[in-house]
Design a protein around this ligand. Structure first.
Ligand SMILES: [Zn+2]
Ligand SMILES: [Zn+2]
Length: 211
């Protein structure tokens, strides 16, 4: 059984999610953008064994704490897709530009591709490549829990920005319709910012992707 707890981090209130297997208490942390002390206090409070870092994409508010956390606890870095290499290379400039603490450089232990799976304890999540916001953006889907961790692909009532280098609006819309909608209307998604919603709700009401 997959469980999760979302902790908003960084001045951008990015939804970092701690996900874990309820049987083993093994946990992964999705998008540790920063505020590591707060995240680690939460991991401790929940009595979890942190095993890995999973990244949806390499924007500073999602990946800024990765190098420090990985080094501190000797954790593997899983994801994103190699399309985000240039964003990883640019993390030092991203932190300077947005006034974040200096973000260290890192090399993912394992890059992800569409159709891959990631494992935590007895839970397996499917990886879908959803380019458009960034070229290497991935999402993590648990069919068992009917939850999807979608980063900045889709928000309640909105979609990710596509005005960054290599952003692509048409590609983002295709990613949402072809890779998120098939996960089912009842699936609840945890976006990178703001409240949770379901795919069915967005198909009905989100002006960018409805119908
Ligand atoms: Zn982003
Ligand atoms: Zn973001």
């Amino acid at each position: 059984m997959l469980k999760y707890q979302t902790v908003p981090v960084t001045p951008f209130a990015q939804n970092c999610s701690i996900v874990w297997c309820a049987e083993t208490q093994d946990a992964a942390i999705i998008d540790p953008g920063g505020d590591l002390e707060r995240l680690l206090a939460e991991v401790k409070r929940l009595q979890l064994n942190l095993k890995a870092i999973w990244l949806t994409h390499a924007h500073i508010d999602h990946a800024g704490g990765t190098a420090e956390l990985a080094a501190k606890l000797d954790l593997p870095i899983i994801g994103p897709h190699p399309g985000d290499q240039f964003w990883i290379d640019g993390l030092p400039q991203q932190s300077a530009m947005f006034g974040f603490p200096p973000a260290g450089h890192f090399t993912p232990t394992r890059w992800l591709a569409d159709g891959d799976t990631v494992q935590i304890g007895h839970s397996t999540l499917n990886v879908r490549h959803c380019p458009g916001h960034t070229p290497g953006h991935v999402v993590f889907h648990s069919p068992e829990a009917q939850r999807a961790f979608v980063g900045d692909v889709l928000f309640a009532g909105s979609i990710g920005r596509t005005d960054f280098p290599q952003g692509n609006h048409a590609q983002l819309i295709s990613s949402i319709k072809e890779r998120l909608w098939p996960m089912g209307d009842e699936t609840v998604f945890i976006p990178g910012h703001g409240p949770e919603s379901s795919f069915g709700e967005e198909r009905r009401l989100n002006p960018y992707v409805k119908g």
